[in-house]
Design a binder for this molecule. Structure first.
Ligand SMILES: Cc1cc2nc3c(=O)[nH]c(=O)nc-3n(C[C@H](O)[C@H](O)[C@H](O)COP(=O)(O)OP(=O)(O)OC[C@H]3O[C@@H](n4cnc5c(N)ncnc54)[C@H](O)[C@@H]3O)c2cc1C
Length: 365
C-alpha cells in the first residue's frame, strides 16, 4: 500500500489561508465563549485571548469542529446537553537523532499488538510514535509521561542495533485524539471513524457538530459537513474542495521546484531550498522576493530560520510568539539554543505589537 505524510500544523495554517483567499475571516487566538440559538441566527460571544476583550457576532449557522472539546462545548458554551461523548485518547511522539541513513520509514510490530512508526523527520532526526492512552483533563495540557517515553524507547531498542535512552530524546509532543466513544475496552481499538450531529429545531439556526475524524479523511469529512450545511442554504454552490490546491501547492514535484529555486537563487543554501519547498512550495518565491544573497535574508535565528522568513510568518501566517515560529510553523526549534530563543523573543517584542496583530486580522477580513 502507499501512504503519505503531512505536517499537521502546516496543513491547518494553509487551509486557513485558502479559506481567507475565499473571503473567510480568520480569528486566531479567539475563543467562542457563549452561543445562543435564535430563530434565524446565533448570537455568539467571542473572546480575544490576547487581551481578554469580548465582542458579539451573529451567525446563520455554527459548525462545532472543536475536536477533543466537541462535547464540552455543548455544556459550557452552547448551554445544551451533548448528544454524544467523545473518548479522549492521548498519543505521544518522541524525536531522536536519525536512526537510519535512508529515507525509508519503519513499522515496528510490538508484543501488545500495536505498531509504532519510525519515520525520517526533518533532516537529522527520526520521529518515533505513537502511544494510545485514555486521557481526562484539558487536551491543551497533554504531555508525554515517563512511561510513554520508556514504551517507545523499548520498542526502538528491541528492533534497532543502536540503543537509545531518555537522554537521546530531543523533543516530544503529545496530542489528544477525539475518538467516537464506541465503548471499546482498549483505547487503541476505539473507532477512528467520524459522525455528525445536526441540531436544527424547526426555524432555528442550525448547529452541526463533528465527532471523531482523521487527518487522512479531512477533505471527505469537510465535504460531508458542507453537504449537511447546504441543506439549510440551498443557494450555496456545490462541492469543489476535493481537488483544491492549498496555497503554495501549485507545483509538480519537490525535485523540480528545488531545481527551479536553485537556478533562480544560486546563492541559496541547499538546506534552505529543501525546507522551503517542503514548507512553502511556490510561496517560497514570495519570501525570497528581491533577495540577491544570503545577507538579504537578514538576521539568522536558528537552523535555517532567517529574519525574512520570520517577517513572512508574522505578516502572512498569524505568527506572534517564538513557539509559533520555532515549532508550529517551521520546526526550527529542533536546532535552537536557549540564547537563540531569547534573541528571537527580543526581536518579536519589537516587531509584533498589538497593532501588527490587529492589522493582520483586518487584512484577513
Ligand atoms: C498522537 C496522534 C496521532 C495521530 N495520527 C494521525 C495519523 O497518523 N493520521 C491521521 O489521519 N490522523 C491522525 N491523528 C488524528 C488527527 O490529528 C485528528 O483527527 C485531527 O487533528 C482532528 O482535527 P480537528 O480539527 O477535528 O481537531 P483539533 O485539531 O483538535 O482542532 C480543534 C480546535 O478547536 C479549537 N477550540 C476548542 N474549543 C474552542 C472554542 N470554545 N472556541 C474556539 N475554538 C475552540 C481548539 O483550540 C483547536 O484548535 C492523530 C492524532 C494524535 C493525537
Amino acid at each position: 500500500y502507499s501512504d503519505g505524510c503531512v505536517d499537521d500544523a502546516r496543513l491547518v495554517v494553509l487551509t486557513a489561508k485558502k479559506a481567507q483567499q475565499f473571503g473567510a475571516k480568520i480569528c486566531t487566538r479567539t475563543k467562542c465563549v457563549k452561543a445562543e440559538q435564535g430563530t434565524h441566527e446565533w448570537k455568539v460571544t467571542l473572546r480575544d485571548m490576547t487581551d481578554e476583550t469580548e465582542r458579539m457576532v451573529s451567525a446563520k449557522a455554527i459548525v462545532n469542529a472543536s475536536g477533543p472539546w466537541v462535547s464540552k462545548l455543548f455544556g459550557e458554551t452552547l448551554s445544551m446537553p451533548a448528544p454524544k461523548m467523545i473518548r479522549m485518547v492521548k498519543g505521544s511522539h518522541i524525536v531522536v537523532p536519525r536512526l537510519n541513513k535512508g529515507t525509508e520509514a519503519y513499522i515496528l510490530q510490538n508484543e501488545d499488538e500495536r505498531i509504532v512508526f519510525v519515520i525520517p523527520y526533518e533532516d537529522e532526526f527520526s520521529l518515533v510514535g505513537t502511544t494510545d492512552v485514555d486521557y481526562e483533563g484539558d487536551p491543551k495540557k497533554a504531555k508525554i509521561s515517563p512511561e510513554e517515553t520508556d514504551y517507545l524507547l523499548n520498542i526502538v531498542n528491541s528492533h534497532f542495533k543502536r540503543q537509545l535512552d531518555p537522554s537521546d530524546v530531543i523533543w516530544s509532543y503529545s496530542g489528544v485524539r477525539p475518538l467516537m466513544d464506541d465503548e471499546q475496552e482498549n483505547a487503541q481499538k476505539a473507532s477512528r471513524d467520524y459522525s455528525f450531529e445536526v441540531n436544527s429545531e424547526k426555524g432555528k439556526a442550525p448547529l452541526i457538530s463533528v465527532f471523531g475524524g482523521k487527518i487522512t479523511t479531512y477533505r471527505k469529512l469537510a465535504e460531508a459537513a458542507t453537504d449537511k450545511l447546504c441543506q439549510f442554504f440551498p443557494e450555496a454552490g456545490g462541492r469543489w474542495t476535493k481537488t483544491g490546491i492549498l496555497p503554495g501547492g501549485d507545483f509538480a514535484n519537490h525535485e523540480a521546484l528545488e531545481e527551479k529555486l536553485r537556478r533562480d537563487f544560486p546563492w541559496l543554501s541547499e538546506k534552505v531550498i529543501s525546507r522551503y519547498v517542503r514548507t512553502y512550495g511556490t510561496t517560497s518565491y514570495d519570501i525570497l522576493r528581491d533577495c540577491h544573497s544570503m545577507d538579504d535574508l537578514g538576521i539568522h535565528f536558528a537552523g535555517t530560520l532567517y529574519e525574512r522568513e520570520v517577517e513572512h510568518l508574522i505578516n502572512n501566517e498569524w505568527a506572534m510568539t517564538s513557539e509559533d515560529i520555532l515549532w508550529r510553523r517551521t520546526k526550527q526549534g529542533l536546532y535552537a539554543s536557549d540564547s537563540d530563543i531569547e534573541a528571537l523573543e527580543r526581536y518579536l517584542m519589537k516587531t509584533v505589537t498589538t497593532e501588527t496583530r490587529k492589522t493582520a486580522l483586518h487584512h484577513s477580513a
